[in-house]
Design a protein around this ligand. Structure first.
Ligand SMILES: Cc1cc2nc3c(=O)[nH]c(=O)nc-3n(C[C@H](O)[C@H](O)[C@H](O)COP(=O)(O)OP(=O)(O)OC[C@H]3O[C@@H](n4cnc5c(N)ncnc54)[C@H](O)[C@@H]3O)c2cc1C
Length: 307
């Protein structure tokens, strides 16, 4: 029986593992791939405090993941590979089933399974991810200062990200396949009144083209197809939580797990952290912060069993 099982070893899970181990908890992290989560897809992480090598260079996402993993392991957290396929609350413990393997038990569980961005699903998107195609304006916007940037989407996040990107470039094109935004009026108006943003309704990106990095997009507008120059494409068509097999958990309308400010879900002893939980901002630093808060709460929960 572990004090706590942490599912997922992205920055939220790794931070939880570090805090749990340093709190003298018996903590096990179960990760289906390799420690790091989305960090493993990030070339350079420029906005995690302290993550710099010298005054010019930051560490990569991979290096940051390695450091977080090593630190948690050195402090005493256990790691194992496996995909958690079910979590069940039993009287005074949780049963955590690993696909094709055994069931493990813990007093508390921290779900840190992350989220994934919806894709446009067009040619060139996967090929140029990290080479002009991005899903995160605060992460990658500064790499495209003064460049021609396309943003795809019509909801809150597309409007918000287009506005944010206009800090870096006077040439933002927001492309939306419908004839009006889905975004809140205030966000839509901010975009429509921003002289650096050109809005193209009834327009779809059909293909992203490039050689090593993006150089153009193929657009379809009112039945006409044409190619136009582009340096970057920010895809903002939504984000969805990784499916997580606890049906009775309370979630928001998009499927993200609802927690209180202690990271407690609707099930006592079950906590959710990082991108998988309902939250207004999803970053490495917020994921790591969530992990610390959840352990603070889990320690109190586990201690309650020893009177
Ligand atoms: C391309 C890209 C660039 C980004 N750049 C930045 C940046 O520069 N700065 C920044 O702050 N943020 C950036 N982000 C966002 C940041 O990476 C995420 O907010 C952060 O990684 C979320 O951490 P997490 O631990 O909640 O989830 P994740 O990092 O998604 O980790 C979740 C982990 O859980 C595992 N998992 C899922 N389901 C199961 C299961 N059933 N069983 C076992 N394991 C499971 C997954 O394999 C994964 O390892 C970027 C994201 C992307 C995609």
């Amino acid at each position: 029986m572990f004090d706590v099982i942490i599912v997922g070893a992205g920055p939220a899970g790794l931070s939880a593992a570090l805090y749990a181990a340093r709190s003298e908890m018996d903590a096990l992290v179960i990760e289906r791939f390799a420690p790091g989560g989305q960090l493993l897809n990030i070339g350079v992480v420029e906005n995690y405090p302290g993550n710099f090598r010298d005054e010019r260079n930051s560490f990569s996402g991979y290096e940051l993941a390695q450091k977080m993993h090593q630190q948690a392991e050195q402090c005493g957290a256990y790691f194992r590979i496996g995909t958690v396929e079910a979590i069940q609350k039993e009287e005074n413990r949780f049963a955590v089933r690993i696909a094709g393997e055994e069931t493990l038990y813990a007093r508390a569980v921290i779900v840190a399974t992350g989220a994934k961005h919806r894709l446009l699903g067009i040619p060139g998107e996967k090929e140029f991810t990290g080479a002009g195609v991005s899903y995160c304006a605060p992460c990658d916007g500064p790499f495209f200062k003064g460049k021609k940037i396309f943003v795809a989407g019509g909801g809150d996040s597309a409007c918000d990200e287009a506005h944010y990107l206009s800090r870096f470039s006077p040439e933002i094109v927001l492309v939306h396949r419908r004839d009006h935004f889905r975004a809140q009026k205030a966000l839509a108006d901010r975009v429509l009144n921003n002289p650096k943003i050109k809005v193209e309704f009834n327009t779809r990106i059909l293909e992203i083209r490039g050689r090593e990095k993006v150089y153009s997009v193929m657009l379809e507008q009112n039945g006409r197809q044409f190619e136009t120059a582009a340096d970057a494409v920010f895809v903002c068509v939504g984000i969805e939580p990784e499916y997580f097999p606890v049906p009775e958990l309370v979630r928001d309308e998009s499927g993200f797990i609802v927690t209180d400010q202690t990271m407690l879900t609707s099930i006592p002893g079950l906590f959710a952290v990082g991108d998988v939980r309902a939250s207004p901002f999803r970053q490495i630093v917020t994921a790591a912060g969530d992990g610390a808060v959840a352990v603070h709460s889990a320690v109190a929960f586990v201690d309650s069993f020893s009177g």
